[in-house]
Design a protein around this ligand. Structure first.
Ligand code: 7RM
Length: 649
């Protein structure tokens, strides 16, 4: 426990260690501490060297970083074209035939797209956008399934200096409408539909509903993918393939200012209206290229696969911009992990010989639920590095990933970052860092991070608030249309520091452990306990696949710990035994008062557990905003069971 005022108690200490193997180190881009030392000596100089080394610039910057808290500019005065960096330069260097995307449709169809193909398609589509009147500084909305045209659309915007705003294809008409209107987008790019769990889901009909109330949209471009019937409004709606057939093939990349707005990406705040997170060009591309290269130890012959959707920041930074800037070969997959069977991901890894694999803890815990026989059906020996992002990865989920997917030989990079940070901030470097299961380890070279207490004083051991102490190249530049909200939300809590809501603890070796959102921290008899630690203790039980923990009002202890638990396929466990197990793992104080066993947990559409809703359920309240929930049936069922328990009491 820490002595500092009102921080977060640290209960769990993990001692397993995994140093990189000699074999891995021999081929690794980074071993030892040179890169950390280099950055520590001069962080701005370090980033400037990365920018020069990893990207092609049309003209040099005059200032590396201009910092007027809370507003940063990077590589000020420099010009570059993001799409040129992701496409043209690879083709010009003779790598036009290199595969950019092995695209795999959910039904089993596939397309191979080389860098030359992607450049040709992007140039044409950039001309299409120009033809629709889109110019530098305009916003374009994108509402597409996971098809290569999503990357083409984004790169075409970047090519002409228009900002894209991608809305995840699972969002409703209302969400799409609000995001289009907030950005005042001119053009919407969508598809008839896409494939999900063996069926076509309609996009254009949903978009039509949004379009009834989006005055800024003049034109809609529709990609044919689902083959479902759609209505095309004369004069407004155009088929992608029709426009592409007549578009000019050449669209030279124009130099853009380093601080040119590259995209908006909306993220739902804790309350109220979604925030349009702003990212710009030179700094963003530098950090995503840098992190993609070194965190995944990228080599020319790698086949990299990130399972995120392009609708999330992970898809922007680690499917489109980072990997393409690095000229990587990727897999892009359209559908769900359980179509046609629970082994689809492992079949894809074997089919393409994937070497670097990046997914989320929610997926890993689901795979644990489905059982080890699924990955065991396929040859996963091509894998070399495994990544995790989106939530804390519980130590046991980490171990499962390590053994059953990584064959015990692949370093795991647990990458902490946010929509707002643009790129990875905290992660091991796989050839340099000894990992501990469940720890994101250390900030990357060039990143200033400190854990602080309630008063903003630095903590060297124990739990507190994760803060960033200086600007980084891919940091958000603001919230679209609301600079004051930006300043208050991110820079208002601790003087001079960026804080975006996560708790963390430092162990004796200085390793960092993410403790989840501080809004979720529970207060049990005066102990501030993180949900993450109790969840990890539950997941450490061999029968448990997944757990969500919340603090519910309790007359005796202030809050009581309520746990929702999903078991591994076929497993059973007694509630009392599981409570006892948690007590033994991390201490009596953290034993849940009640445990509910459930088939599913409520999650956001990007797979994060929604503890706020579980708190509503546990405290018998009406549910708050459920619009970001992936499956509303899950909480309805838990509410029914809570009501039952209450009537039994
Ligand atoms: C990339 C992404 C951001 C929030 C962040 C954390 C949580 C993300 C990790 C993590 C523990 C990780 N962007 N988070 N990665 N927590 N360990 N490796 O997810 O904007 O959608 O979410 O996600 O709470 O603040 S995001």
């Amino acid at each position: 426990m820490s002595d500092s005022a009102n921080t977060i108690d640290a209960l769990q200490w993990e001692n397993r260690r995994f140093p990189p193997s000699e074999e891995f180190k021999q081929q690794a881009l980074v071993t030892g501490t040179f890169m950390y030392d280099d950055a520590a000596a001069d962080d701005e100089g370090f980033w400037a060297r990365q920018a020069a080394d990893l990207l092609d610039w049309n003209s040099e910057w005059s200032t590396i970083c201009e910092w007027n808290l809370p507003f940063a500019k990077w590589f000020v005065g420099g010009t570059l074209n993001v799409s040129y960096n992701c496409l043209d330069r690879h083709v010009l260097a003779g790598r036009g035939d290199k595969v950019a995307f092995h695209w795999e449709g959910e039904p089993g169809d596939s397309r191979t797209i080389t860098y030359a193909d992607l450049l040709a398609e992007t140039q044409r589509f950039a001309n299409v956008l120009k033809g629709l009147g889109v110019t530098t500084g305009d916003r374009v909305n994108i509402y597409l399934p996971m098809i290569p045209e999503a990357a083409v659309a984004m790169l075409a915007c970047a090519r002409i200096g228009a900002a894209h705003s991608v809305v995840f294809g699972g969002f409703s008409a209302h969400s799409l409408r609000d995001r289009i209107n907030d950005a005042e987008a001119k053009v919407l790019i969508t598809a008839d539909g896409g494939y999900r769990r063996g069926e076509v889901f309609a996009l254009k009909p949903v978009a039509d509903e949004a379009l009834a109330d989006t005055p800024s949209i003049t034109d809609v471009v529709v990609v044919r993918r689902g083959g479902n019937d759609v209505e095309m409004q004369d004069g407004r709606d155009h088929w992608y393939h029709d426009l592409m057939a007549t578009a000019d093939a050449d669209c030279p990349a124009e130099p853009m200012d380093s601080e040119q707005l590259l995209f908006l990406l909306y993220t739902s705040g804790t309350t109220g209206k979604p925030k349009g997170i702003m990212h710009t060009s030179g700094g963003y591309l530098t950090q995503v290229a840098f992190t993609h290269k070194y965190v995944f130890d990228l080599h020319d012959d790698d086949v990299y696969w990130c399972t995120a959707d392009v609708g999330w920041i992970t898809g922007h930074s680690y499917i489109v911009y980072g990997p393409l800037a690095n000229g990587a070969t990727q897999v892009m997959y359209e559908g769900v992990p359980n179509f046609p069977g629970n082994d689809r991901f492992w079949a894809i890894i074997a089919k393409y010989g994937v070497t670097k694999f990046y997914t989320a803890p929610t997926a890993i815990r689901t795979f644990m639920k489905w059982g080890t026989q699924e990955p065991a059906k396929h040859d996963l020996s091509s894998l070399q590095v495994l990544g995790s992002v989106g939530e804390p990865i519980n130590p046991e989920a980490w171990m499962w990933y390590h053994e059953h997917i990584g064959g015990g030989r692949c370093p795991i990079v647990d990458t902490w970052w946010q929509t707002e940070t643009g790129g990875v901030m905290i992660s091991p470097l796989p050839g340099a860092t000894t990992t501990k299961p469940g720890s994101a380890t250390f900030p990357l070279p060039g990143i200033g991070m400190e854990v602080v207490d309630e008063n903003g004083a630095r903590i060297e051991r124990g739990g507190g608030y994760l803060t960033l102490t200086r600007p980084w190249p891919s940091m958000l530049r603001g919230i679209w249309g609301d600079p004051q909200r930006y300043a208050e939300t991110y820079w208002g809590r601790f003087d001079g520091r960026y804080f975006a809501g996560d708790g963390a603890k430092l162990d004796d070796d200085g390793y960092l452990w993410l403790l989840g959102r501080v809004d979720d921290v529970m207060n049990v008899s005066g102990h501030r306990i993180s949900t993450t630690e109790v969840e990890s203790a539950l997941v450490a039980h061999p029968s448990v696949a997944e757990a969500a923990v919340v603090g519910a009002n309790d007359a005796t202890t202030g809050q009581a710990i309520i746990a929702y638990v999903t078991l591994r396929g076929g497993a059973t466990v007694d509630e009392q035994d599981l409570r006892q197990f948690v007590g033994e793992e991390i201490g009596h104080i953290a034993k849940p008062k009640t445990i509910y066993f459930t088939q599913e947990l409520p999650k956001t559409r990007s797979g994060k557990i929604m503890r706020r809703l579980l708190r509503d359920v546990a405290e018998g309240r009406n549910l708050g905003d459920t619009s970001t929930l992936a499956d509303a049936n899950v909480v309805a069922e838990l509410q029914r069971r809570a009501a039952e328990t209450a009537s039994e009491d």
